[in-house]
Design a binder for this molecule. Structure first.
Ligand SMILES: [Zn+2]
Length: 176
C-alpha cells in the first residue's frame, strides 16, 4: 500500500464502530476543529477546516460505498466536480503517471489517491470488514480476505470472522 492510500484508509476509519460500545463514532468533526490533531492524523494532507466538514463526510461515504470494487464507477460524479490533473514523472519516480488535484486540498488529495489506486489496480484491496466496518488493506495474494485482522485476543478485542462463522453454524444447527 502506498502512503497516499494509507491516508485514505485512515480517513475512512475516522468513522468507526468501537468494539466496546458498538455505537458508531465520527471523529471527523473533532479532527477538522483541531489543526494539531488533523496534522498528526494526516501529516501528508493539506489542512481541512470546519467549512470542509460536510464535503469530507460526503467524500468518506462515497469512497466507502465503492470499497472492494475493481471498477468503482460510482465515483464518476465526484470526479466531474473535482479539478484533477494528470502529470507524467521522470524516472525513478513510480508510477510514471500520477493524478493530482489542480489545487491541493484534503478532499482533492484523498480523491486523487483513490483514483491513483484504481489506476494501479490496487483499489479493490481496500475493504470494509462486514462485521465492524473497519477499513483495511488486503495484502493477501488473491485479495481474498473478507474480515479485518482484529482478533478476540488483540488490542481491539474483536473476533469479526469468528462471529459470522458462529452465526452460520447456529443457523445450520437450527435447520437440522
Ligand atoms: Zn472487523
Amino acid at each position: 500500500m502506498t502512503e497516499a492510500l494509507d491516508q485514505v484508509r485512515d480517513f475512512l476509519n475516522t468513522w468507526e464502530v468501537p468494539n466496546d460500545t458498538r455505537v458508531p463514532v465520527d471523529h471527523l468533526e473533532a479532527l477538522v476543529s483541531t489543526p494539531e490533531r488533523w496534522a498528526r492524523a494526516f501529516p501528508d494532507l493539506p489542512r481541512a477546516a470546519r467549512a470542509d466538514l460536510a464535503d469530507l463526510r460526503a467524500l468518506r461515504a462515497d469512497l466507502r460505498a465503492v470499497l472492494g470494487h475493481t471498477h468503482p464507477v460510482g465515483l464518476g460524479d465526484r470526479l466531474a466536480r473535482h479539478d484533477l490533473v494528470v502529470t507524467l514523472r521522470e524516472p525513478p519516480h513510480e508510477p510514471a503517471v500520477l493524478i493530482r488535484p489542480a489545487r491541493p486540498s484534503a478532499a482533492g488529495d484523498l480523491l486523487a489517491a483513490a483514483v491513483n489506486a484504481v489506476a494501479a489496480g490496487r483499489w479493490h484491496r481496500l475493504k470494509a470488514c462486514p462485521d465492524c466496518q473497519w477499513v483495511f488493506y488486503d495484502t493477501s495474494r488473491n485479495a481474498s480476505r473478507t474480515w479485518c485482522a482484529m482478533t478476540p485476543g488483540g488490542p481491539a478485542g474483536r473476533g469479526c470472522g469468528g462471529i459470522a462463522k458462529t452465526r452460520a453454524y447456529r443457523a445450520r444447527s437450527r435447520t437440522r
